[in-house]
Design a protein around this ligand. Sequence first.
Ligand code: NOJ
Length: 746
Amino acid sequence: MRKFIIAVSTLVFACTGSGPSNEKSTKVEDLLSKMTLEEKVGQLNFLIGDGFNTGPTLMTRESNNFDVLVKEGKITGLFNVYGAKYTARLQKIAVEQSRLKIPLLFGADVIHGFKTVAPIPLAEAASWDLAEIERSAQVAAEESSAVGINWTFAPMVDVCRDPRWGRVLEGAGEDPFLASRIAEARVRGFQGKSLADARTIAACVKHFAAYGAPLAGRDYTEVDMSERQLREVYLPPYEAAIKQGAATVMNAFNDFNGIPATANKFLLQQVLRKEWKFNGVVVSDWQSIGELIPHGIAADSAQAAQLAMDASVDVDMMANVYASQLIRLIQAGSIKQSQLDDAVRRVLQLKFDLGLFDDPYRYSNEEREKKEMRTDAQVNSALSMAKKSIVLLKNENELLPFSKDESTLAVIGPLANAPAEMNGSWSFFGEPQHAVSILDGIRKKVSPKTSVLFAEGCNLYDDATDKFAQAKAIAQRASKLIVVLGESAVMNGEGASRSSIGLPGVQLDLLKALAETKKPLVVVLVSGRPLTLEWVDQHMPAILETWTLGSEAGNAVAEVLFGDYNPSGKLPITFPRNEGQIPIYYSHKHGGRPYEGDYQDPLNVRIYKSKYRDVRNEPLYPFGYGLSYTKFEYSNLIIDKEKMSTDESVEVSVTVKNVGKVAGEEVVQWYIRDWVGSVTRPVKELKGFEKILLQPGESKTVKLNITSEVLSFYRADMSWGVEPGKFSVMVGTNSANVLAKDFVLN
Ligand code: NOJ
C-alpha cells in the first residue's frame, strides 16, 4: 500500500541544506576584493535573452549585444534562453574573455515542466500527492539543467482566494497548510540534495509577498491587508519554502499596504532577512524596480534604485535601473559600499553553490540534451501526475467510467482537439506536437470497434453558433457524449484576470443544446482556475475538472474516463456559485451573526444574519472536495485523551473503509477548530492529510498527532503560541463533510 504521511506542524522544518549559506565564504570574499565598482554592478543586472518575451519590453533590448555585455562583465546572466550550445558559448565568453571570469546565471520560467510539460501547478496541487509533485519538479530540473538553465523562477507559492486572478493557476490554491507542504515538495524537487548537482537547479520562491491577494482579482494591483492576515494566511508557504532551502526569492509587483513589495523593508528586511534569516538572492520581478516610479513612490530611477537597494533587492530584472544608477549613488554616498557588497556577495555565493566556478559548462550538456529529454520515465511521470490531478466533481448514477466498447462516442467542444492548449499558460519550452489532445487520448483508449465522432461545436470565445447544428447531428448518432469545454491557456496566467469566470463565449449554450439530445453526457472541463458551474452542476450528470494537464493530458483524461485510473484529486480551492461570493474559502471566521438556516425560507426575506438575498452562502464545491469511482466510509473517530496540557500531545485516529467495488485512493483530511481565543479563529483549519490506497472492502486506521505547535497561532499580541480552551478535531473526505471530537487544552 502506498501512502504519504504528512508532518502536521507548519513550523517544524527539515532543511535540505541545499539553500544559501549564512557563512562568509573566503572564495567569495577573495573575488569581491578584486572587483571594480562597475563589475559589482554588472553582477546585479539581469536581462531576458533573445528567445521570447515574458513581459512588456519597455527598455531597449540588448539582444545583439549580449557577447559584449558578457565580455565586459555588465550582466550577471540571461533568462528565458536555453540550449546547451547556446549557453555554453556565452559561458565561454564569460569565463575566458571577461576580466574576472565570473560565470553566468541562466534563469527561466520553468513553471510546469520543460519539454515534458507537466500539469499546471494548481492541477498538481489537486493531487495532494507530495511525492508525485516533488518528482514533477525533479523532471523539470533534469530537463532544463541539461540545456544550460541553472535557475528556475518557481515555485510560485502565492496563496489565492480570488479565482478571478489569472495567476491562480500557478499556485497551490487557497490553503496555507497545503500550499506550504507543496512549496516544500517543489523546492526539494528542483534543488535535490545539492545545488551543485548538475541535474538540479536553484529554486526561486515568488512573488514575495501577498501577490495572490490583489484587489478585485486584477493582476498587479494593490494589496491592503492586516499583518495578522499576512502572517496567518499568506506568509506560511514562503517561509516553508525558505526553510526547505530555496536558494532565491523574487519580490512581487504589488503595492503592499502602501509600499510596493520591491521597496518594502517590512517584508524584505524585517520578515525575510531578519526573522527568517534568509541570506540568498532576492531578484526583482520584471522591471519592478523601475515600476516604483509609476507606483508613485520614486520620482526617478535614482530614487527607485535607492529604495530597492535599501529594501535589499539584490538583482534588477529588466529595469536597467541598477546598471544606470548604482555607481553614481555609491559615489555620492547615498548607498553604502557595504550594501552593494552584500548584494554582490549573495549573487556570487549562488554561482559558487551551483558549482559554476568549478565547471561553468556543467549545465550545458549536449549529450544530456539529446538523451535526457522527454525520456520514457519523464513522460510517464507527467502522465502519472496528470491523472492524479483530475477531480471528479459529479457522477450521478455512476455514469462514469464509460466502457471502452461503446459503439459510438461523440467528442464535442472547442478544447477537445486542441493539443497546444493542453500545454497551458507557461509552456513556451514545450512543443505543441508532443501534447496529446483529449480527442486523441480517447481514440487511443477505446476498442477498435468503437467509432469516435468529433465536432468542435463552437469557438472558444465568440458568439457564433453556426457550428452547433453539426455538433448536435453527431451527438444524435452517438450513444454517449464527452463534451470538452473551458478556458484556453491565454485566459489564465499573468495579466489574464477575468471579471466573470463562467464558461467563455457560447460554450454553455452549446452544452444546453447538446443536453436536449438527452444522451448520457460527461462534461470535461479544461481551466486554469475554478469556474462558476451552477447550471452545469444542476443539469449535467457527470463532470470532470481536468485543469490544464500538460503534454500527457489526453492520455490522462482517457484513463479516467474509461476507468483505468480511479480519480483521486481533491479541490485545492473552493468553487464559488457565482462571482459575487468571491472571496470564498473554507477557513472563514464564524462571525457574530452566522446564517445556519436551511434556505427553505424565501431568499428575499430580511433576516438579520450574514447571508445573501440571491445566493446561498455555501460554495458549489468546497475545498478538499472530489469524488471517486468507489466510496469511502469514515468511522470510529477515537481520541486518546480529552484533556491535554501544553507539553503533551493528543492522538486521534479514524477508520477509513473502501465500501465500493473498485480500488481507490482517498485523501484523508484533518481539520482543527479553536473555539475561544484572544482573537477570532477560523471555523476550520487544515492541519494534516494522508493519501491512502484501499482495495475494495479494505479499511485502514489513519492517525493525527496533535501537539501544542499544531494548536498555536498568532495571539492578540501577535506572539506565536497556544491558549487554553476547547478545540475540535475533525476528519473527513472534504472540508464540508467531517466527523468531529472535542478536547480541552489546559
Ligand atoms: C513576470 C512574472 O511575474 C514572473 O513570475 C516571471 O518569472 C518573470 N516575469 C520573468 O518572466
